[in-house]
Write a protein that binds this ligand. Structure first.
Ligand code: SF4
Ligand code: SF4
Length: 91
């Protein structure tokens, strides 16, 4: 499942450089996640980096509008990162 950023976001910017899929950007009022690029960190980490670095609880959350299996997320990761191998234990 892709992640999303909620209205709780204080636009601190901490998450943006941590997303290795470059899925996070500054929106008009809060930071936003591009669901076409978010793999829930499948392929990179065993837990979502944006959740880890965000200072606000429950600000980066799974997006129920983008339900995906781990297999689908890994396929997305492979498309985004051609020629690379996913990190073991992340999918
Ligand atoms: S879960 Fe991972 S891939 Fe998705 S937006 Fe957060 S840091 Fe980026
Ligand atoms: S780390 Fe959290 S509060 Fe900061 S910009 Fe990202 S989502 Fe918003």
């Amino acid at each position: 499942m892709a992640y999303k950023i909620t209205e709780e976001c204080i636009s601190c910017g901490a998450c943006e450089p941590e997303c290795k899929n470059e899925a996070i950007s500054e929106g008009e009022t809060i930071y936003v996640v591009d669901p076409d690029k978010c793999t829930g960190c499948v392929g990179w980490y065993d837990t979502p980096r944006c959740v880890e670095v965000c200072p606000i609880d429950d600000c980066c959350i799974p997006d129920p509008e983008h339900e995906e299996t781990k297999e689908q997320l890994l396929a997305k990761w492979r498309k985004l990162n051609p020629g690379e191998e996913p990190a073991p234990g992340t999918y």
